[in-house]
Design a protein around this ligand. Structure first.
Ligand SMILES: Cc1cc2nc3c(=O)[nH]c(=O)nc-3n(C[C@H](O)[C@H](O)[C@H](O)COP(=O)(O)O)c2cc1C
Length: 202
């Protein structure tokens, strides 16, 4: 009996708090998960933080992530800002630009669960809002990934966006820390709940 009590005391607390598994995912998410992002001035990093808090999933700069780490995750959330207005490629102005074309095609991510978020400015860059998130979508789907977490464009005032991959639907969650920073945390919480409902983490 003493032995059983000791085992319960050792095992129960970490399970209750959702401890991190060896490869980074949380027990509560069932599958190993991670959030990879990059950011020039900190806005996308802040939003990645909201998503990490809402999900319990660790966040990491894409430039710091090893290929083995990325391949080892069952599901990944990826996020980028948009900086290069009007270009067709390399829209984020971050490590993603090289990674999407030099690393991703050789990783073998067929069937990988991916959810995408972007960070942009829908007022000043209304014709290009979060275009880099659309570029992530194009490249990850070309690599065979399965994208979860589409959201409605309701509540946004952009004119055009490459992240709007279906009529009225973004390919993921779009943040706007320049004009709607007060909505970001709530948007992150709702999106993680949506991803859970879609079975992204299980
Ligand atoms: C020179 C410049 C170009 C930008 N181009 C775009 C753009 O094309 N589309 C967009 O949605 N936002 C654009 N933005 C806004 C940034 O994407 C936005 O401020 C974002 O929050 C920056 O994220 P970061 O701090 O993670 O780099 C631009 C900002 C600057 C200063």
């Amino acid at each position: 009996m003493k032995i059983i009590t000791a085992v319960l005391l050792f095992v129960a607390p970490p399970l209750a708090s959702g401890f991190t598994t060896l490869s980074g995912g949380r027990v509560g998410t069932k599958l190993d998960a991670a959030i990879f992002f990059d950011s020039q001035t900190g806005n996308t990093e802040k939003c990645a933080g909201y998503l990490g808090e809402a999900s319990g999933v660790p966040i990491e700069y894409i430039g710091d992530a090893t290929e083995d780490t990325i391949k080892g995750e069952d599901c990944i959330i990826v996020g980028a800002p948009t900086w290069h207005t009007g270009e067709d490629e390399c829209r984020s102005g971050t490590a993603w630009d090289e990674w999407l074309y030099d690393t991703l095609p050789n990783l073998g991510l067929e069937g990988k669960r991916v959810a995408i978020f972007g960070c942009g400015d829908q007022q000043s860059y209304s014709d290009y809002y979060c275009d880099a998130a659309g570029e992530l979508y194009d490249q990850f789907t070309a690599a065979g990934a399965k994208v979860y977490g589409f959201t409605s464009t309701d509540g946004y005032e952009h004119v055009e966006s490459k992240a709007e991959v279906e009529d009225g639907k973004f390919c993921g969650l779009m943040f706007d820390e320049d004009n709607q920073y007060d909505l970001s945390e709530e948007r992150a919480n709702s999106w993680i709940a949506q991803l859970k409902q879609e079975g992204f983490f299980v």
